[in-house]
Design a protein around this ligand. Structure first.
Ligand code: PAF
Length: 280
């Protein structure tokens, strides 16, 4: 496994791979790797001849400096984990390497970055678009892998690829959950014991809401979910929305819409948890 710190060194290695006609997979991460990430790495390793995992805590996507400071950083453990998975190349740039100067680009993401997470975290998705476009430029991957846990991010990255006219495939990977249903996330380590014990309630509520979609309207489901969280004093429901998977437009009635996503965000002490359930 080779760890590169600069775009130039990485490009030299990747140019040779590309010139020999081989496919390159990219798994972008912010580190603090868990089984959600390793599932992306396994999928990417199986579908590409070379694989790059990037580890970079991107400052431009944090609108809260405390969140950026507290974001878990476990580089040595991450590298050990990737080594044990036979990853070829890891890219661990510095902030200066990725942002030698301020990035003032704003991406026209339509309404996609205004709803759901976008309402709570102004500028977050523009920051994601900035770094992901830079990583795509540095790696020029054949395929890039993103988890469905950050569903809105996935939709936005698909839009970004179209916007920038990039010839690469975005591969969506299913949410990996703990045995009790909590979606894996690097932020989960910041939950207190009590919060961690209560956290599966989020996924359980989503599943019950899906069951109820046979008999209740979207509006009725929304108020049912809201009422469930009223009985949970430690959890503050930020939003629960029912949206279409392609464009995140709110669903007002079931009609013949087939691809529906329940999206939820819950503030839990200092930690924000997001989760979703996709109906296929
Ligand atoms: O999902 C993440 O971990 C980050 O948003 C990403 C895609 C690596 C960009 O920093």
């Amino acid at each position: 496994m080779i760890v590169y710190r600069t775009k130039n060194d990485l490009a030299l290695h990747l140019d040779a791979i590309r010139d020999s006609g081989k496919s390159i997979g990219l798994v972008p991460t912010m580190g603090a790797l868990h089984r959600g990430h390793t599932s992306l790495v396994e999928k990417a390793a199986g579908e590409n001849e070379a694989l790059v995992v990037s580890i970079f805590v991107n400052p431009t996507q944090f609108n809260d400096p405390v969140d950026l400071e507290k974001y878990p950083r476990t580089l040595d453990l991450d590298l050990e984990m990737l080594q044990s998975m036979n990853v070829d190349i890891v890219f661990v740039p510095s902030v200066k390497e990725m942002y030698p100067e301020e990035d003032n680009r704003t991406f026209d993401l339509g309404n996609l970055d205004k709803v759901l997470e976008g309402e709570q975290r102004t500028g977050h998705f523009n920051g994601v678009a900035q770094i992901v476009s830079k990583l795509f430029e540095a790696v020029k991957p054949t395929r890039a892998y993103f988890g469905q846990k950050d569903f809105q991010q996935l939709v936005i990255i698909r839009r970004l690829v179209k916007l920038l006219n990039l010839g690469l495939t975005i591969v969506a990977c299913p949410i990996i959950r703990e045995e009790d249903g909590l979606a894996m996330s690097s932020r989960n380590v910041r939950l207190s014991k009590e919060e961690r014990n209560l956290a599966p309630f989020i996924h359980i509520t989503l599943k019950l809401a899906r069951e109820k979609s046979g008999t209740l309207s979207p509006a009725e489901i929304k108020s049912w979910v809201t009422s469930q969280f009223e009985n949970q004093p430690l959890m503050n429901l930020e939003y629960f929305e029912i949206v279409e998977d392609k464009d995140l437009k709110p669903v007002a009635e079931w009609g013949d819409k087939v691809n529906i996503v329940f999206c939820i965000a819950v503030q839990f002490g200092e930690v924000r948890i997001i989760d979703n359930l996709i109906f296929d």
